[in-house]
Write a protein that binds this ligand. Structure first.
Ligand code: ADQ
Length: 487
């Protein structure tokens, strides 16, 4: 990830590194990590030749390797360092209380508006404060005046302020990959914690969200809970002015658009088509997560088949779920419930030669994912709430032959951009079932009209544009802040 060029270094900080290190039979394996943040930032770095195209001298990525600190050896650290990756070792206790605790049991459900899943525990909060401090101890020695530090996501909301205090000459940006909730939902967070979180984020020169709705939610919370003036894309915190804006994340459009031209993918598409014998394919892929709405989706699919029996034997729903956060109890419970529902639907409706739901619960390699995007007649993307949702954009971009229908939740950030999708409410079972019918019977002309318009949007607003827009806006915000600080 390193390169030569100017002398500004970009330090990316996220909870997880873009790779996962797994220990197997005493050896360490380094694999690309799955997930929206890693996929997006990795695509951006590939496109800008590791920062060279932007004149950056070096790109360093700081984060946790996924290994418990006890298992992280000098050898692993060295191998990662050669890839431009610097680890923040987390002990077992920190993983439990910080990652599985405050991050995934407090912030994740609360920010997605799923209040019943949200747990407020003092020891989770204490660990969150400690680990943010620990990240700062690794980041700060890397930062020189003029460098850019780009902090990502809800795990590290206290970090921008810590960096700002210790390295006031660095440009600090913060981007949130999940929704920022309405002030009334954020208000459920105990006051000292919510103030610390808002103040922590406001340590940045620029704060970015996917869509204006989250920007407005954040500005309202800042005004309501901190009393700062917050308007027109800026917060006035004492003498400091912090810019706040919408930067919709995206994908490497060409990578997906050209996928069917790859030999490995083309061979797999051919094989899938043969094996599927003319069945229409409805498809979804997500990490295992209650925000992704898999259960609602299964029930809508069942309702569609019951209301439209002529489609039985003619269409199959392929639902791929990628294992994620396997240590959190709610996720284990959800996995069991999905398995029960799939079994029930297949048992009730299946035939000797037809399976209503093909359920795959494992990591699938990228060429398989690309082939599935290509063979799917319909993508059924119905999260209960989702910051953006890259899968929706990836599906649309993959449809080089200009066919395919995207069904998309109005509660996903992507719905603000992909206006030609069939927009549904994920809890409206009847509405989703009707959208499936409409998708399966839509004329090819209409499919193409919609796909083309969405492809144009994604082509113009790809992941490089997202990152470059953010970095330019950050440089500008930092300059303005420095000028304002002059006596
Ligand atoms: P996620 O919740 O992880 O991201 P999403 O945006 O859909 O959700 O990204 C998932 C990514 O992982 C996609 O790029 C997908 O292709 C990839 N992926 C999933 N399973 C895979 C598999 N088995 N094999 C290969 N690739 C796989 C969070 C937020 C989102 C936001 C992103 C980016 O929750 O709302 O869009 O960050 O900001």
């Amino acid at each position: 990830m390193r390169s030569s060029g100017g002398n500004v270094k970009l330090v990316i900080v996220s909870n997880r590194l873009p790779v996962s290190v797994v220990q197997r039979d005493g050896a360490y394996e380094i694999r690309e990590a799955v997930g929206g943040l890693a996929t997006a930032v990795r695509s951006f770095l590939r496109a800008v030749e590791g920062g060279k195209a932007l004149g950056l001298s070096e790109v360093v990525w700081v984060g946790w390797s996924g290994l418990r600190a006890e298992a992280e050896t000098e050898e692993v650290r060295g191998r990662l360092r050669e890839m431009g990756l610097v680890t923040v070792p987390l002990a077992g206790e920190e993983v439990n209380l910080f990652y599985e605790g405050f991050c995934n049991s407090t912030l994740w459900p609360l920010f997605h508006g799923l209040i019943v899943y949200t747990v407020f525990e003092g020891r989770f909060w204490d660990a969150y404060v400690r680990v943010n401090q620990k990240f700062a101890e690794v980041v700060l020695p890397l930062v020189e005046p003029g460098d850019i530090v780009w902090v990502h996501d809800y795990h590290l909301m206290l970090l921008p302020a810590i960096i700002r205090d210790a390295a006031p000459d660095a440009a600090v940006g913060f981007f949130l990959h999940i929704p920022f909730p309405p002030a009334e939902v954020f208000q459920l967070m105990p006051p000292p914690w919510r103030s610390a979180i808002l103040d922590g984020v406001l340590g940045a020169d620029l704060v970015g969200f996917h869509v204006h709705e989250y920007v407005n939610n954040f500005l309202r919370s800042v005004a309501k809970f901190l009393g700062y003036k917050a308007e027109a894309g800026a917060v006035y915190a004492g003498r400091r002015k912090v810019k706040v804006g919408a930067f919709p994340i995206s994908i490497d459009f060409d990578f997906f658009y050209n996928s069917s031209l790859r030999e490995d993918v083309a061979a797999m598409i051919k094989e899938f088509r043969q094996r599927l014998r003319g069945l229409k394919i409805v498809f979804s892929i997500d990490r295992l997560d209650y925000t992704k709405g898999n259960l609602n989706r299964l029930r809508a699919w069942e309702r569609f088949l019951k209301e439209n029996p002529e489609w039985r034997g003619k269409a199959t729903f392929i639902m791929v779920v990628t294992p994620s956060r396997t240590g959190v109890p709610q996720y284990e419970a959800m996995k069991r419930e999905i398995e029960r529902e799939v079994g029930r639907i297949n048992g009730e409706l299946g035939e000797v030669d037809w399976t209503p739901v093909v359920y795959i619960y494992r990591f699938i390699p990228t060429p398989t994912l690309l082939a599935l995007y290509n063979v799917a007649d319909v993508a059924l993307i119905t999260p209960l709430r989702d910051g953006m949702n890259l899968v929706a954009k990836e599906y649309v971009a993959s449809r080089r032959n200009c066919t395919g229908v995207l069904i998309l939740s109005e509660t996903a950030g992507a719905a603000h951009e992909l206006l030609q999708a069939l927009i549904v409410n994920p809890n409206d079972e009847g509405g989703v079932a009707a959208a499936i019918k409409r998708a399966l019977t839509m004329s090819e002309e209409e499919q193409c009209r919609r796909i083309e318009a969405m492809q144009e949007r994604i082509r113009q607003h790809d992941v490089v544009r997202w990152a470059v827009d953010f970095i330019h806006a950050l440089a500008e915000a930092h300059l303005e802040a420095q000028e304002a600080a002059q006596p």
